[in-house]
Design a protein around this ligand. Sequence first.
Ligand code: ADP
Length: 273
Amino acid sequence: MEIKAQVYYSGAQGASPIIMAVVTSLDITDRKRSAQDLDRLTQELVRSNTELDQFASIVSHDLQEPLRGMSGMLRILKRDYQDRLDPQGLEIIDLAVDSSVRMKQQIEGLLAYSRVKSHGHPFELTDSSAIIEMVLASLNLQVQENQAVIHVDHLPQIMADPIQLAQVFQNLISNAIKFCKSIPPEIHISASQDNHFWQFAVKDNGIGIEPQHFERIFIIFRRLHTQDEYPGNGIGLSICQRIITRHGGRIWVESTPGLGSTFFFTIPIPEPQ
Ligand code: ADP
């Protein structure tokens, strides 16, 4: 079709129709080639992502076994030899046990991270208010201990994997309580419609985050504090990001250090059938 049009045009201008036809066909070939290149690159990316997921899953699964053995040996060492060890020897064993517990948590986190896509459930109509109720019930102890005050607006029904949506809220609310100064944490959960997306917000009055860390905190194992300051393993937000990406949305943070943070995430609203 395109070649025909070019021949007509060049004839009218007195130029060689053949040259025009060659130019057009080169153009089409180029476009075809770049479409094929893009296709190949996309397939390659999907393949390497799948391989990376499988790799993380296999490694984290297989590392659990030797780690269990090592932790068991350390416990036996402490139980059977503590009379023969001086205080420094005992302290070293305690530190080794602590490290193995942390490593176990990190391996479990990596396994959970690698399973977000492969072990997710199908999306279904999900009442996000009911999910929040369930999450708050499971966080009840942390809420009570910290005298946290939580305001929840009316939240919409959305298409989501309910278990993963609960995981996202659980991580965000639990962080909002944890990364708080001495005052009681005050948290506000809301949602608004933004074009074809529901945009959720979890706002706190906690310690806040410096802007240069806004993206970094979503990378697995990245933390801004020591275990003594705030305990954790640096996995929660990376899992939230994977879950939201699986749903076709995005997640980000806005914050003023010292005043608090708001974590936002979006979930697409399906087109009416
Ligand atoms: P963890 O909570 O186990 O450290 P996360 O992946 O949930 O891991 O969070 C990564 C880091 O992001 C935290 O260590 C903390 O520095 C920062 N962060 C997360 N949520 C908040 C929050 N509500 N207020 C301040 N900092 C936060």
